[in-house]
Design a protein around this ligand. Structure first.
Ligand code: ZN
Length: 274
């Protein structure tokens, strides 16, 4: 039974500032270790429930945050940011379920630590077929393309709320109660690690019982709408074949399925200066 664990960093226990997720700052080394421990606990819980194959995706920044030397010995790690499926690299039709660790709420959310969608500097909103999604939604839709459900998420309370609202009753672990963009009441690491292990176990047990949420399947064709923060980003993104400009900062394009939508989205949001 294969489980994909997709990890990000803004929703890791204790994180409330960008600096803590940025390799050029001193505090980063503490939080990458906590991120690694959270992933290991998710593996341990899933393993207790009977899962026996684990692919981990390092989905934050350039995808080189998790400490491979401390990772559970039988997990495989997808490292690096340029892989074909990005934050979901390794998901396929034999994957039984996906676990999101260290996730964050979508751009513009209230009481949500470091809430953003893909790029805090460039993107204001993203819709799939008119439904507002964050990274949890985009990535869940990629899993949904392979008919794979997201069975658990960890992050702040707003992240968990948004994920349940979009994806159904998956297992949630609130590791901190956000009180602002840069503030949260954080629960101790020792407590959140245990919560993650228990929730992961329960999520996989529910999966085995046929009691997990359904995959998040987006109807085809998939219409991707992106609202940028600056018009110059829309100037570039509208060059994608078939894309149309809705206004100064919004573009839209239609694709045959979620994988093409995901590729188009990544091409549209890639920063370049020509
Ligand atoms: Zn991130």
């Amino acid at each position: 039974m294969k489980i994909l664990i997709a990890a990000d960093m803004e929703g890791v226990s204790g994180v409330t500032r960008w600096e803590e997720t940025d390799p050029t700052h001193n505090e980063y080394s503490r939080f990458r270790k906590i991120m690694t421990n959270e992933v290991n606990e998710a593996i341990a819980g899933a393993e207790e429930a009977g899962a026996d194959e684990f692919v981990i995706v390092d989905g934050h920044g350039d995808g080189t945050n998790l400490l491979i030397e401390e990772l559970c010995p039988h997990a495989k790690l997808n490292s690096g940011g340029s892989s074909p499926l990005s934050m979901m690299q390794g998901v396929d039709s034999i994957t039984a379920g996906v676990i999101f660790i260290g996730y964050h709420a979508r751009a513009g959310s209230e009481n949500a630590v470091l809430a953003h969608t893909w790029s805090s500097g460039r993107i204001a909103n993203v819709w799939l077929n008119g439904v507002l999604v964050g990274e949890y939604g985009l990535n869940a839709a990629v899993a949904g393309h392979f008919n794979v459900p997201v069975v658990m998420i960890s992050g702040d309370q707003t992240t968990c709320f948004q994920a349940v609202e979009l994806l159904g009753s998956l297992e949630t672990v609130v590791v901190k109660k956000a009180t602002g963009y840069f503030s949260a009441e954080c629960f101790p690491i020792i407590a959140t690690l245990e919560m993650i292990r228990k929730a992961s176990k329960k999520a996989v047990l529910r999966l085995k019982d046929g009691n997990a949420p359904r995959p998040f399947t987006v109807q085809k064709p998939v219409i991707v709408t992106i609202e940028f923060r600056q018009p110059e980003s829309a100037d570039r993104a509208v060059r994608i074949p078939g894309a149309k400009r809705l206004d100064g900062v919004r573009i839209e394009f239609s694709t045959k399925d979620m994988l093409s939508a995901h590729r188009g989205f990544r091409a549209a949001v890639k920063q370049s200066y020509d």
